[in-house]
Ligand binder design. Structure first.
Ligand SMILES: Cc1ncc(C[n+]2csc(CCOP(=O)(O)OP(=O)(O)O)c2C)c(N)n1
Ligand SMILES: [Mg+2]
Length: 319
């Protein structure tokens, strides 16, 4: 990783974190007309994967998509406009937080319905194969989605057709409040997938460098074997399933210690890594200030922007 690359990655991680901290700060004012599934703890996964895959690769995600959207676009103007339900949002104020997409940057769809974008990604990868193109397609999904039939059917079809498709399982060990052990008939998704003609890799979601390294190696294997890949990344969900608060007090899981918080926080981990490589703290602080300024201006623009007209409700529909 050269110096410019390190700073760019730090900027993207920081942009995602600060954008979500801004959501937490302002959400109570009730100007953001959408439920939010925050990605604090998960940010490094899309940042790492998008860093490795070729620019413009078709991508699909879930309702927990803020990190993926911002990693691909860094566009906080359209992001905050959408969260405020404004016409200037990337979904003209009608998508809300759970359906962010930006086809011009490769982000084709995200969805509130668990597992639904997995077969869409298979379709996109099949289209690539049909046109004799080898652009990889990536789909991000949670550990809960990996228990749905559609995941296994999609995996089977992708392996049978040797599609250039990267499955990225963002595993926080929870489906809302239900831990993996209460839901699953298998102990490890990579083992369970091991019987398919599919390359696999794992990484620690709090370590951006490890995610980049694992994705690079997996993508090389996919290219060599001409088979799909599954990247399993475990991470810690710092906040409640939906909303802006912590939920440790509810008792279904334990609060992390201060040391665990530091170890599981991808931004703390990556900034410590950069400092250990000799980056100067002032370089990182300058990025923090610039990012905060960008976010502040985007929120200001979103607040003063126009709502869509009533007629716009009937536009952009397939009927
Ligand atoms: C088909 C479907 N079933 C159930 C739900 C309700 N639901 C919303 S989020 C969620 C948990 C999903 O967990 P996971 O895939 O691990 O994603 P995470 O929220 O942990 O990122 C469920 C069951 C839904 N949205 N869609
Ligand atoms: Mg989960």
């Amino acid at each position: 990783m050269n110096k410019g690359e390190g700073l760019r990655l730090y900027r993207t991680l920081t942009l995602i974190r600060r954008a979500e901290e801004a959501i937490r700060l302002h959400y109570g004012e009730d100007d953001m007309k959408t439920p939010v599934h925050l990605s604090i703890g998960q940010e490094a996964i899309p940042v790492g994967v998008c860093h490795v895959l070729p620019e413009g690769s078709p991508m699909f995600g879930t309702y927990r998509n803020h990190a993926l959207y911002l990693a691909l676009t860094e566009d906080t103007d359209r992001f905050f406009a959408e969260l405020h339900g404004k016409e200037a949002g990337m979904g003209r104020g009608k998508a809300g937080s759970m359906h962010l997409c930006e086809p011009s940057r490769g982000l084709l769809a995200t969805s509130a319905v668990v597992g639904t974008t997995i077969p869409l990604a298979v379709g996109a990868a099949l289209a690539q194969a049909y046109r004799h193109l080898r652009q990889p397609v990536a789909v991000f999904f949670g550990d809960g989605a990996a228990e749905e039939g559609v995941f296994w059917e999609s995996l089977n079809f992708a392996c049978q057709r040797s599609l250039n498709l990267l499955f990225v399982c963002e595993d926080n060990g929870l489906a809302i409040h239900a831990p993996a052990a209460d839901r699953r008939g298998f102990s490890s998704i990579t083992q369970a997938v091991g019987g398919f003609r599919c390359c696999t890799a794992t990484a620690d979601g709090s370590d951006l460098s490890a995610i980049i390294e694992a994705t690079r190696a997996l993508y090389r294997d996919m290219e060599a074997d001409k088979q799909p890949g599954l990247l399993h990344v475990s991470y810690f969900r710092f906040l409640e399933h939906v909303g802006i608060g912590e939920d440790f007090f509810t008792g279904y899981r334990q609060a992390p210690s201060d040391q665990e918080r530091r170890e599981r926080d991808p931004l703390i981990r990556f900034s410590s890594h950069l400092l250990s490589l000799g980056y100067h703290p002032a370089e990182l602080r300058a990025i923090d200030v610039e990012v905060d300024d960008q976010i502040c201006r985007s929120i200001g623009r979103a607040r003063s922007a126009d709502y869509p007209t009533a007629e716009a409700l009937y536009e952009d529909l397939w009927v």
